[in-house]
Write a protein that binds this ligand. Structure first.
Ligand code: ADP
Ligand code: ASP
Ligand code: MG
Length: 410
């Protein structure tokens, strides 16, 4: 069976959308209605509600640094439950449906446990399922290595499963159903003045997602751009039109700033009194890279008496691992002390218009200063400025920046 372009619908429902038995029944109802207008429907689901958080907390009770292979075995169970329940709910409605775990298709990934990349997808079984008139329900977030090991794609990774399937099945677009009505100028749960965008380019969305706007997994936006899959982000709680994530076109708003984002999922590590001589930075950062730890911002203060302080940020869930590595390095190079801080947040403003408008950064610093918010670290690129601040001020910072750059107004 071959599908013509546009004949297939790919939908993804996130955790809140399938958070309870009632919600799953409602989602089944939505799918039953859509089934009437499509040749074939694939539905990707996340784990129910906060199930993945619960499983991670269990793993942390077992070990400070859980074995990554075993963590993936554990986390993949969340999506197994929701996919089977949704298929049951559809069957109850008289809609033929079959659930699939990713090893059954399979969805092949590389070996990077907890942050695996999709390498290949076999859609044969899905096509057979369509031929049988079934809705195919696929467990999101999980994959399998060529050697048969279960992997997961990183937090929020079900979005990526959905877009990868849309690309593999030649679908025109991929519908992402969530608990907000689309992509906004900032997290609508943090600021009531957030404005829903009708469209956003892949580039801007990649930047927003990469800097913490978890409405879409950043890998999914990258894949969508690569395979030219349009994404429609909308709510599973109503029928409002959502946000299109697509290539740039003339209807795009040429805004100076497209959004404000935040991430509390980072931690800061400082090595104090590091000998100030060539080669030291590589001694610190090569072992971190070898452990697969992503270092984000780095600053070095020139200190006293040929010593410097080096401060950098890492994903908070890799802090323990990073501290282990840094502890060893500190001894090796003769650093005086290691400090760390979990209670930080990264607040960023993003927008293509920044390129041609000097003064955005200074305005951002001014706005934060006016609120008495101290900036610990700064990093900039052509289209974003990020500041590390005390996490207590995250919401306040998002709101004042959003208002200062007048993002609430169309
Ligand atoms: P799902 O479980 O459906 O995948 P997520 O919690 O992963 O949902 O993502 C949706 C959440 O993303 C929203 O509830 C919202 O709080 C948050 N969010 C952060 N930034 C934005 C933004 N710019 N636009 C929309 N939602 C955002
Ligand atoms: N259940 C996974 C998570 O919570 C994947 C997802 O929701 O997309 O991260
Ligand atoms: Mg999500």
């Amino acid at each position: 069976m071959r599908l013509e372009k546009g004949k297939i619908i790919v939908q993804k429902y996130g955790g809140t959308s399938v958070g309870t038995v009632e919600r799953i029944k409602e989602v089944a109802h939505r799918i039953a209605v859509r089934k009437k207008e499509a040749d074939a429907i694939v539905v990707v689901v996340s784990a129910m509600g906060k199930e993945t958080d619960r499983l991670i907390a269990l793993a942390r009770e077992m070990a400070d640094i859980p074995n990554q292979r075993e963590q993936d075995m554990l986390l993949a169970s969340g999506e197994q439950v929701s996919s089977a329940l949704l298929a049951m709910a559809l069957n109850e409605k008289g809609v033929k449906a079959r659930s699939f775990l990713s090893f059954q298709l399979p969805i092949i990934t590389d070996e990077r446990h907890t942050a695996a990349l999709i390498k290949d997808i076999n859609v044969e079984k899905l096509l057979r399922s369509f031929q049988e008139g079934e809705v195919a329900v696929v467990a999101g977030f999980q994959g399998i290595t060529p050697a048969g090991e279960i992997t997961t794609l990183g937090r929020g990774g079900s979005d990526t499963t959905a877009v990868a399937l849309a690309a593999a099945l030649n679908a025109d677009f991929c519908e992402i159903y969530t608990d907000v009505e689309g992509v906004y100028t900032c997290d609508p749960q943090v600021h009531g003045a957030a404005r829903k965008l009708k469209r956003i380019s892949y580039e801007s969305m990649m930047e927003l997602a990469g800097l913490g706007a978890k409405v879409l997994h950043n890998r999914c936006v990258e894949l969508a751009r690569k395979y030219n899959v349009k994404i429609l982000v909308r709510s599973s709680f109503n029928n409002e039109g959502g946000t299109w994530v697509c290539g740039e076109d003339e209807e795009m708003e040429g805004a100076l700033i497209s959004g404000v984002t935040y991430s509390r999922e980072e931690a800061k590590i400082s090595l104090m009194g590091v000998p100030d001589k060539p080669g030291i930075a590589s001694l610190i950062f090569i072992p971190l890279a070898e452990m697969g730890i992503n270092v984000d911002m780095i600053i070095q203060n020139i200190g006293r008496q040929n010593a410097a302080d080096v401060t950098f940020t890492v994903p908070e869930d890799e802090l323990e691992k990073a501290l282990q590595v840094v502890g060893n390095v500190a001894k090796e190079i003769g650093a005086e002390e290691v400090h760390y801080d979990r209670n930080i947040a990264k607040v960023s403003i993003v927008g293509g218009g920044m390129r041609s408008n000097p003064g955005v950064a200074s305005r951002m610093f001014q706005v934060l200063a006016r609120e008495g918010i101290n900036i610990m670290m700064i990093s900039t690129s052509e289209i974003k400025i990020s500041c590390i601040i005390d996490s207590r001020y995250t919401e306040l910072a998002v709101r004042v920046l959003h208002d200062a750059f007048e993002l609430g107004r169309a």
